[in-house]
Design a protein around this ligand. Structure first.
Ligand SMILES: *[C@@H]1O[C@H](CO)[C@@H](O)[C@H](O)[C@H]1NC(C)=O
Ligand SMILES: *[C@@H]1O[C@H](CO)[C@@H](O)[C@H](O)[C@H]1NC(C)=O
Ligand SMILES: *[C@@H]1O[C@H](CO)[C@@H](O)[C@H](O)[C@H]1NC(C)=O
Ligand SMILES: *[C@@H]1O[C@H](CO)[C@@H](O)[C@H](O)[C@H]1NC(C)=O
Length: 786
């Protein structure tokens, strides 16, 4: 007891002594044996880049390292994260055998012991490292870089060595001001092949992707540049990750924030931090976003070859976590083959091993010999990695160097060549219904070697299709060319902005329609449409037969609609084919049914409902087409945001111009179409009205002078497109149903016409929330004409 008191007294004496003499060395970069650094004093590194000193959060005081010049103060290392100094000023003291942080009473709150014959000395280096070395031999006795906080500075390494039980990793702060240990950590895990993972507690949250010798397979962009070099050192028992800044005029830090994100920051000329990179970048970065045995691409999930969603219904509602299961039990045999995925972040390696010195063929055979082997890949031509059982957290990237082969029941001869496989995976994508006739025709027709159809992307689930048994096929360009006379003029039905629609005919199949997108048209729009249509199955939605992306062609095939598009029918110059009221009413009901299905069964917003996208079958059954902008809403999501306006002016709801959409945007467009059907007026190239004394077709500009601007004013350029509803509403309040209805459609019960106009006007209200839902519209229409 006395002894402890004596020690405390001695230490405070030392501290006081140091305080008295510390001033001259206050701005030095070193601390010599027996001296202390007091609260309020700092060490500053030689080039004045880093500062070591005390900082406080409330009543808690910590010893930390921060940048000298950067604003605001950015702390990169904290000594006593879990043991703050409280109840008065503390000090940092270097003794001949330890570096200690003492509180006011001289009790150590943090200490590091070392052994040396000579007196040690502590230095704050320009790298941000605090080191203790031997003043004579120079041997390193202790360094802060071995105990990182939440920040990886150039030169700090994280990783493990199982032979020495070393494991160093980053741990986030509790919150922005509290440096005690938070919930997130960034570490290399000895149970996996070398990989950097961000954990929430013990649960992986993000994974940079197994190190492939050159980089992390999931972050191909993270390559050595002229700014940074990345270093993963792997040995028998150890793996360490670090990076080096190549341009020393720039400061770098890689930090795990308290909310579990990883950020890489760099300094700029004004001594401010600019974000250079962060994780996650998108949904696919979320660990196991697609569950087991599925690959994530662009925020979407697809099952691996020969797998189907475990719960098709969850899957169609974008709840992918359940993952995929095999279609059928895989018979283990040497006749098994492999499906190919290119540019992947390879699956998590908890259940994988690496075998050195095996190339592609050896690796494949190694996998084939083990019934539980589910996939393989090869890093750097000779490091074979094989997986057993479920494959978790696969991401398909738009660039990347790693390929993955996943086990399937039969080997397909054309799989064996990697080049062919690459072509297949590039020509990726989807298709749903098998047109066996078309395909068998194609097989006979084209002499060139066929792409293995089983490799085409699979979207087996359709809304409410539990069986999931539809096999996806990809259409053949050669066959489509033959069917359309090589896209001849005579076969074109519609030519519009970015696409042409052709009629195709095959003897064994009959007629079908082919949409061919221009070269400039984005691939995403086509992929989106294919993806959407693959989910849908309804008599009032166009049926997709298949798609084809080959030789820069972007094609989708649909069932052929002999009746043409609604606008062509409604606004035809030739009045002989003008539909009468009963068929107009059936068309409205049909469009309504299709939209109801989209909204309520599939949570899809079409976003581009316009009469040119409503096609009529031979018997005038309307079917909605053109799903290029269609968007799936997540479970519970009511509205979405778009970056810029896309849609058909005249039919697009006002909120779309502000980048917002919801199912109610489709309701608006439906309302415009409904009013067009009743009035026979085209919303985009205006008509009549005798009562106004205007010519039958009036330009919008003229109309703008007549009709007051609807509140709230949308952007001027879009204003004219919103006038049709305003005009109809005005005529409705001033005139009668008889004046409004299309004179060309013959007799129509006045009450029915009035009630349809009424529904239409409710749909085209500016405020989306007051527009009716499709199910309400359906029941109202049903009540008009039971
Ligand atoms: C504690 O340190 C601060 C400087 O950070 C100083 O102003 C204050 O006087 C010190 N308190 C005591 C009790 O030494
Ligand atoms: C201890 O480290 C410092 C900083 O790196 C260095 O300047 C000094 O020379 C080292 N001491 C010896 C004896 O090498
Ligand atoms: C890579 O890191 C190891 C320690 O983990 C180090 O010995 C080696 O010098 C580093 N290499 C480069 C090029 O930075
Ligand atoms: C430095 O970064 C800040 C914040 O990111 C930015 O506002 C500023 O314009 C940048 N200055 C220079 C010179 O790049």
């Amino acid at each position: 007891m006395q002894c402890a008191m004596l020690k405390a007294a001695l230490l405070s004496a030392v501290a006081l002594f140091a305080a008295a003499f510390a001033h001259p060395q206050q701005n030095g970069d070193s601390l010599t044996t027996g001296l202390s650094l007091l609260n309020g004093q700092n060490l500053v590194s030689a080039q004045k880049i880093f500062v070591l000193g005390f900082f406080s959060n409330g009543n808690s005081t910590y010893l930390g390292v921060w940048y000298n010049e950067m604003q605001p103060r950015t702390i990169v290392w904290v000594a006593n994260r879990q043991n703050p100094i409280t109840g008065g000023n503390g000090s940092l003291t270097l003794t001949s055998s330890s570096l200690e942080l003492l509180d006011r009473t001289g009790n150590p709150v943090w200490s590091n012991a070392f052994q040396t014959q000579n007196s040690p000395q502590a230095f704050l280096l320009d790298s941000g490292n605090l080191i203790v070395n031997d003043t004579v031999s120079g041997n390193l006795l202790w360094q802060a870089f071995d105990h990182p906080s939440d920040t990886l500075l150039p030169g700090i390494r994280i990783g493990y060595d199982t032979s020495t039980n070393d494991n160093s990793f980053l741990t986030s702060w509790k919150n922005g001001s509290d440096p005690s240990l938070g919930e997130y950590s960034l570490r290399l895990d000895p149970k996996r092949l070398p990989d950097v993972l961000l954990f929430h507690g013990s649960v992986p949250k993000y994974r940079m992707g197994t190190w492939n010798g050159q980089g992390f397979s999931g972050v191909p962009a993270l390559r050595a540049t002229n700014l940074l070099a990345f270093n993963l050192t792997v040995d028998e028992d150890s793996a360490y990750y670090s990076y080096t800044a190549l341009d020393t005029s720039i400061l770098w830090r890689f930090v795990i924030s308290p909310d579990g994100l990883a950020h890489r920051w760099r300094s700029n000329q004004s001594n401010l931090w600019t974000e250079y990179w962060h994780l996650p970048q998108d949904q696919c970065d979320v660990y196991a976003y697609c569950g087991a045995n599925a690959a994530c691409y662009n925020g979407d999930c697809k099952c691996l070859s020969e797998f189907t969603p475990k719960s098709p219904c969850d899957w169609s509602q974008r709840n992918f976590a359940g993952g995929c299961v095999r279609d059928a039990v895989l018979p283990c045999s040497s006749g098994n083959g492999f499906a190919f995925l290119s540019k992947v972040k390879v699956p998590d390696t908890l259940n994988a091993i690496m075998v050195h010195g095996k190339g592609w063929d050896d690796c494949k055979n190694l996998c084939l010999r083990q019934c539980s082997c589910s996939a393989y890949t090869v890093f750097q031509e000779s490091d074979c990695v094989v997986w057993f059982g479920d494959l978790v957290d696969i991401v398909q990237l738009s660039e990347g160097i790693n390929d993955l082969y996943t086990r399937v029941s039969h080997s397909n001869p054309s799989h064996s060549g990697r080049n062919i496989a690459i072509i297949v995976s590039v020509s990726v994508v989807v298709v749903v219904l098998v047109i066996s006739a078309l395909l068998s025709f194609c097989y006979r027709r084209s002499q060139q070697k066929h792409l293995p159809l089983a490799e085409a992307e699979v979207f087996r689930t359709k809304c409410e299709d539990e069986s999931g048994s539809k096999v996806a096929k990809m259409l053949d360009l050669g066959a489509i060319k033959v069917a359309t006379n090589n896209f001849s003029e005579q076969n074109s039905i519609v030519t519009a902005r970015s696409r042409t629609i052709y009629k195709g005919t095959l003897p064994s199949f009959g007629d079908f329609a082919v949409k061919r997108l221009n070269a400039e048209a984005g691939l995403e729009k086509l992929q989106n449409e294919v993806k959407m249509l693959a989910r849908l199955d309804h008599p009032n939605i166009i049926r997709m037969l298949g798609s084809c992306m080959q030789n820069n062609e972007k094609l989708i095939c649909y069932e052929y609609m002999a009746g043409g598009s609604l606008d062509a029918v409604l606004f035809a110059e030739d009045e002989s084919g003008i539909p009468d009221w009963p068929s107009r009413f059936r068309i409205m009901q049909g469009i309504c049914e299709g939209l109801l299905y989209l909204h309520e069964h599939c949570r899809i917003v079409h976003r581009d409902i316009a009469p040119s996208n409503i096609l009529l079958s031979e018997g005038s059954v309307p079917k909605t087409s053109d799903f290029g902008l269609a968007t799936l809403l997540d479970q519970g999501q009511y509205e979405g945001k778009a970056d810029n306006f896309r849609g058909t002016p005249g039919y697009s709801a006002p909120e779309l111009f502000y980048g917002k959409y919801s199912v109610k945007s489709d309701v608006y467009s439906f309302g415009v179409i409904l009013l067009e059907i009743v009035t026979g007026c085209n919303a985009t190239s205006f008509c009549r009205e005798d009562t106004d004394g205007l010519p039958r077709y009036v330009s919008f500009t003229k109309l703008m002078m007549i009709i007051p601007i609807p509140p709230p004013p949308p952007p001027l350029s879009t204003l004219s497109y919103l006038l049709f509803p305003v005009k109809v509403r005005k005529q409705w309040t001033q005139g009668t149903a008889d004046q409004l209805k299309d004179p060309r459609m013959g007799d129509a019960p006045r009450g029915e016409v009035e009630r349809c106009i009424h529904i239409g006007l409710r749909c085209v209200q500016d405020d989306p929330t007051v527009r009716p839902t499709m199910s309400y519209i359906r029941s109202t229409l049903a009540a008009i004409q039971p």
